[in-house]
Design a protein around this ligand. Structure first.
Ligand SMILES: NC(=O)c1ccc[n+]([C@@H]2O[C@H](COP(=O)([O-])OP(=O)(O)OC[C@H]3O[C@@H](n4cnc5c(N)ncnc54)[C@H](OP(=O)(O)O)[C@@H]3O)[C@@H](O)[C@H]2O)c1
Length: 327
C-alpha cells in the first residue's frame, strides 16, 4: 500500500510503499477514505510532545474515516470513523490507503455526509461540542466568547453555542477570512486579535456586552489571558489548546471576585460511549446543514506538501487527505 510516512521528526513526511497492515485481535482492517491533518498530528511528529518522540518511521494520522475491509461480518463494508494512537504510542495511523482500527473505538457513520466532511469535523468538533455542553455546562441565554474562531474547534464552537441555546455569541480571530467566516456562521460580533493587544480585554468585553459566561479557549497565550477578566459572575473559561502560547495567566481578582473558573479539557478523558454520542450529535447537525467547517481536500500524493503547508501556517483551512482523490 501507499502510506504517508514520517522518517524524521519535525520534517514533512514522504509518500512510500509499505507492507499492508495486519489487524490483530479486536482490530479491523479499514480502507481509508479521508484523514485530516490536525495540530495533534504535527505536535506528535515534531518529537516534542508530552508523549515523547515517536519511533521512526511511522505513519501519522490520529484519526481517519474509511470502509471496513476485514473484521466481523456485520462490520465489513461499514463506513466508520476511528482514532489511532499514531505518534503517541508505537504503531501507525490513518494517513495511508489501509489502516488498522480498534473495533471498540470505531464510530459507525450513518449520517448523510461526505467522508471528507466527517474527517474535517473529527475530534476537533467533538471537543468543541463537549467543551460547551459538558465541561462548561452552557445554559440557555448565556453569552459565549469563542477564541481562535477561525480554526475547526472555533468554527464548530460558534455553531454549537447557538444550537445549545447561547444568547450572544462572540468570535475572536486573527485573519480577515476567519472574521468573515465567523459572521457568516452567525457570530453576533467579532474581535480582531491582530489589533492592539493592550486593549484586547476591553474590546472583548464590549463585544460581549459586558461579560462572557463561557469562553472557549483553544489558544491560551495573550488571547486566553485577556479573556479571563471578561468572565462574569460564575463564568467558565475552558482551555483546550495552546495555539497562541503555552501559558495562560489568570488575574486572581478577576477570578475570585466573580467566583469564575478556569477549566481544562481533553478528549482523552471521554469514554468511548460519550465520544460516540457527541460525534453522532455533531454529524447529525452537519448532515442537516447546521454545522459546517471549511476544509480543502488533497490526494494522498499531495499529503507531504499539504503537511508542510499546515506546519508552516500557510494552509488557511483544515486539510483533509483523501486516497480516493488520487483515483
Ligand atoms: N484538548 C483537546 O481534546 C483538543 C481537541 C481538539 C483540538 N485541540 C487543540 O485546540 C487547538 C485548536 O484546534 P483546531 O483543530 O481548531 O486547530 P486549527 O483548525 O488548526 O485552528 C487553530 C487556530 O488557532 C489560531 N492560531 C494559531 N496561532 C495563533 C496565535 N499565535 N494567535 C492567535 N491565533 C492563533 C489559528 O489561526 P489562523 O487560522 O489564522 O492560523 C486557527 O484559527 C489546537 O491547539 C489543538 O491541539 C484540543
Amino acid at each position: 500500500m501507499r502510506a504517508v510516512t514520517l522518517t524524521a521528526h519535525g520534517r514533512p513526511p514522504e509518500l512510500l510503499d509499505r507492507a499492508d497492515p495486519a489487524p490483530g485481535p479486536g482490530e479491523l482492517l479499514v480502507a481509508v477514505t479521508a484523514v485530516p491533518i490536525t495540530p495533534l498530528d504535527l505536535l506528535c511528529a515534531s518529537g516534542t510532545s508530552y508523549f515523547g518522540a515517536p519511533a521512526l518511521p511511522y505513519v501519522p494520522g490520529v484519526q481517519a474515516v474509511g470502509v471496513v475491509r476485514e473484521g466481523p461480518a456485520k462490520l465489513v463494508g461499514r463506513r466508520v470513523w476511528f482514532p489511532t494512537t499514531a505518534g503517541m504510542a508505537p504503531g501507525d495511523g490513518g494517513l495511508a490507503e489501509l489502516a488498522v482500527a480498534a473495533e471498540a473505538e470505531c464510530v459507525a457513520i450513518d449520517a448523510d455526509l461526505a467522508d471528507t466532511a466527517v474527517a474535517a469535523l473529527g475530534l476537533s468538533a467533538v471537543a468543541a461540542w463537549e467543551v460547551l455542553e459538558g465541561r462548561a455546562a452552557l445554559r440557555p441565554g448565556e453569552t459565549v466568547l469563542v477564541l481562535g474562531a477561525g480554526g475547526v474547534v472555533g468554527q464548530v464552537a460558534l455553531q454549537a453555542a447557538r444550537l445549545l441555546g447561547a444568547g450572544r455569541v462572540v468570535a475572536a480571530a486573527r485573519s480577515d477570512d476567519a472574521l468573515h467566516r465567523a459572521t457568516a456562521l452567525g457570530a453576533d460580533a467579532v474581535v480582531d486579535l491582530r489589533d492592539d493587544a493592550t486593549t484586547l480585554t476591553e474590546r472583548l468585553r464590549d463585544a460581549c456586552h459586558g461579560h462572557a459566561d463561557v469562553v472557549v479557549d483553544p489558544l491560551a497565550g495573550f488571547p486566553g489571558t485577556a479573556a479571563v477578566p471578561v468572565l462574569g459572575e460564575g463564568g467558565r473559561l475552558v482551555n483546550l489548546g495552546s495555539s497562541a502560547g503555552a501559558a495562560l495567566s489568570v488575574d486572581s481578582a478577576a477570578l475570585r471576585s466573580r467566583s469564575a473558573a478556569v477549566l481544562g479539557y481533553t478528549n482523552n478523558a471521554l469514554t468511548d460511549h460519550r465520544r460516540r454520542e457527541v460525534f453522532g450529535t455533531v454529524l447529525d447537525h452537519a448532515a442537516h446543514g447546521r454545522i459546517e467547517v471549511s476544509h480543502d481536500v488533497v490526494p494522498l500524493e499531495g499529503a507531504p506538501a499539504a503537511w508542510d503547508a499546515v506546519s508552516r501556517g500557510t494552509a488557511s483551512r483544515r486539510v483533509v487527505v483523501s486516497p480516493l482523490a488520487d483515483r
